[in-house]
Structure formats: C-alpha cells, structure tokens
Design a protein around this ligand. Structure first.
Ligand SMILES: [Fe+2]
Ligand SMILES: [Fe+2]
Length: 172
C-alpha cells in the first residue's frame, strides 16, 4: 500500500473507494467478455464493420480492468479474485446475446455503455477534490466509454438507415 500516496485522499473512506472500484472492475470483465462473444456470434449485414468495433471495445474494456485493478492495489485493496464475484458485485450485469443480428447486438452493447457512463460519472462525482488520482483514472475511462457509446450509436444508425433505404428501393 502506498502510505504517502493514500494520505492525500481526503473526505472519503478508502475502504468505500476500494468497494466501488471492485464493482467497476467486475463490470469491466463482464463487458470485456460480452464484447468478445458478441464479435464471435454476430451475423448479418455489415457485420465486418461491427466486428472490428466490438473487438476494439473488448480490448479497451480489458485495459480498463487492468487500470482499475492497479488502482485497487495502490489503495491497499485486493481486486476480486474469483470470477463468481463478477456477478455478485457488478453494477451493469451481463447481457448474454439473445439475438445475433447486427442491430440487436449493437443495441445490447449501447445499453452496456450507457450503464458504464453512469457508473464512472458517479465515481468521478465521489472522488472529485477528494482523491485526485482515482478521479483522473475514472475520467480517462469515462471518456473512453462516452466514445464507445458514440461509435456504436453511429454504426447502429448507419446500418438501420441503410436497411430502410434498401427496403424503399425494393418497394419501388
Ligand atoms: Fe470500460
Ligand atoms: Fe466501453
């Protein structure tokens, strides 16, 4: 544990911070696996563009898990040791893909990102002016999650627009 490092944390319980970060850590692993498996099972129109996006997001979520784990250790905590805890500690849960078409997969993924944005903005509110290191870390992750949502939404809109134009042409 970084004693001097932790002494700069003011007005917030370190144990509470560790609990909150471990919940986010569970979310990141579940998000990583959700993207990983979505990229495998996805089917249909423009799926290659979606696969590239999903794989990139999987890589980012794993990187986030790494960042959060390192901060938990710095604070003197232990990152969750058993994958079973991912399900009991998660904020955002795990949405196993039910439909494998591109639009359904993208919609599930967008929902996940919206949850991640809420979680990190809450941790940012909790740590602002109290723990600058965690605040900086969650701000970086939050910026990635905002970008993820935007990328998925843009792809979703392109695909649904393309499909509806296609339908128009067929009907004329
Ligand atoms: Fe993430
Ligand atoms: Fe994300």
């Amino acid at each position: 544990m970084a004693h001097k490092g932790n002494s700069i944390i003011k007005g917030i319980e370190i144990s509470e911070l560790i609990t909150v970060l471990n919940k986010a850590y569970a979310d990141e692993w579940l998000a990583y696996y959700q993207y990983f498996i979505e990229a495998k099972v996805i089917k249909g129109i423009m799926k290659d563009a979606a696969i590239a996006e999903l794989q990139q997001h999987a890589t980012d979520e794993l990187r986030h898990a790494n960042m959060v784990a390192d901060r938990i250790l710095q604070l003197g905590g232990t990152p969750l040791l058993h994958p079973q805890e991912w399900f009991t500690k998660t904020n955002c849960g795990y949405d196993a893909p039910a439909e494998f078409d591109v639009v359904s997969i993208l919609q599930d993924a967008i929902k996940g990102e919206q949850c991640a944005i809420s979680v990190y903005s809450e941790i940012a509110d909790m740590t602002r002016n109290k723990d600058i290191v965690t605040y900086d870390l969650v701000s970086q992750i939050l910026a990635d999650e905002v970008e993820h949502e935007e990328d998925l939404q843009a792809l979703h809109d392109d695909i649904t627009e393309f499909v509806s134009e296609l339908k128009e042409h067929i009907n004329h």
